[in-house]
Design a protein around this ligand. Structure first.
Ligand SMILES: [Ca+2]
Ligand SMILES: [Ca+2]
Length: 177
């Protein structure tokens, strides 16, 4: 069981379209349209730094051109640090990925299905651990540990009580095979 602080997006307020209507005076939104077969809408949001220079803050993508943003990339010092995905056609993002600033690699993915949350941890592109919140109380109550892409240990909190940890490795491994 990991005791590290897990970020949890505010799913009910995570509307990617709202970035387009945000009225922050210090930012400019540029709408670009890529040409070629894969035509799609693409927006760049810049912010003025204290010297007045324009700094990349966000890129927004509307892949299917339905007017709704499907992906928001957030930048810090010209590097992607977080991406937010809404690919199931409702109003809200359901996946947020956190990126290493130096390499751009994803080290944590958080997702919701509306009923709970899953945190997936990666190291150098390889899945290491999944933490599941199955009762939507924002705390994990089931854990899968991976080595070489396979579960080598699995635990569950009985009745969602973190003091009652049960080993479910055998069941999970059986299900996976
Ligand atoms: Ca969604
Ligand atoms: Ca939970």
């Amino acid at each position: 069981m990991a005791a590290t602080e897990l970020p949890l997006p505010d799913w009910k307020n995570l509307k990617l379209d709202s970035y387009l209507s945000s009225k922050e005076s210090e930012q400019t939104i540029k709408e670009l349209e890529t040409s070629g077969d894969a035509r799609r809408n693409f927006y760049v949001i810049q912010e003025a730094d204290k010297n007045g220079a324009k700094v990349l803050k966000m890129q927004l993508f509307d892949f299917d051109k339905d007017g709704k943003i499907d992906l928001a990339k957030h930048f810090k010092n010209a590097k992607v640090v977080r991406t937010e995905w809404n690919l199931d056609k409702d109003e809200f993002a359901e996946v947020v990925k956190y990126h290493q600033a130096e390499t751009g690699e994803v080290y944590l993915k958080v997702q919701t299905d509306g009923q709970g949350n899953v945190w997936t941890h990666y190291f150098k592109g390889e899945i290491r651990r999944q933490e599941f919140d199955r009762n939507n109380d924002k705390k994990p109550d089931m854990w899968y540990y991976f080595r070489a892409g396979k579960v080598y240990r699995a635990e569950v909190a009985k009745n969602f009580d973190p003091k009652k940890i049960e080993d479910i490795t055998t069941e999970v491994q059986k299900r996976a095979n």
